[in-house]
Design a binder for this molecule. Sequence first.
Ligand SMILES: [Zn+2]
Length: 205
Amino acid sequence: MAGVALLGLDETASIRGLAGLLGSRSATVGLLAGHWQNDSGATCPDGLTEAEINLAVARAVAYTLRQNGIDVQVLPEYGAQLNGFRAQAFVAIHADSCVDLSGFKIARMTHSDDPEAEDRLVEILYRTYGDATGLAPHRDTITDDMREYHALRRISPSTPGAIIEIGFMGGDRYLLTNEQDLVAVGIANGIMTFLDEPGSAAAGE
Ligand SMILES: [Zn+2]
């Protein structure tokens, strides 16, 4: 606490001000709400859009993380702040098309700078998301679009990042619209587990 006592109120305020100016490029956790502020994403015949699901889920994840004292930034699909974005974890949230399939999947960038950390983030999310939602992994439908996802190429190479497709808007519609709390908990638990565990060097499980 001695360090804190050295700062007067004015100094603390000015440091906060400075952090505010720089803050758009750093956060403990970055969440990208897929398609937000750009397009609707996948759309069901009745007008349900992927973008509205992604944003609601991203905000619910952010809420849960903030309740646990974690600094979070929710980002739109093509925000300028994505360039060089620094965080301890970054997760982009999308949903699959309105077809009658069920399952979720997670991927990291093909050419990752830190494949061990990103594999760890991906595998933890597979576990926590499956546990929270009861959905099964649907790895067969992971596409190159996920592995070469633009946002994962734009964030800082030092930021461990992943993209999750949280389910199909057809077969998983009830979960994605009426049980978004479970969806959010599955993602938030994964991120918190990832942040809690020591770096990839300690991964020996
Ligand atoms: Zn999408």
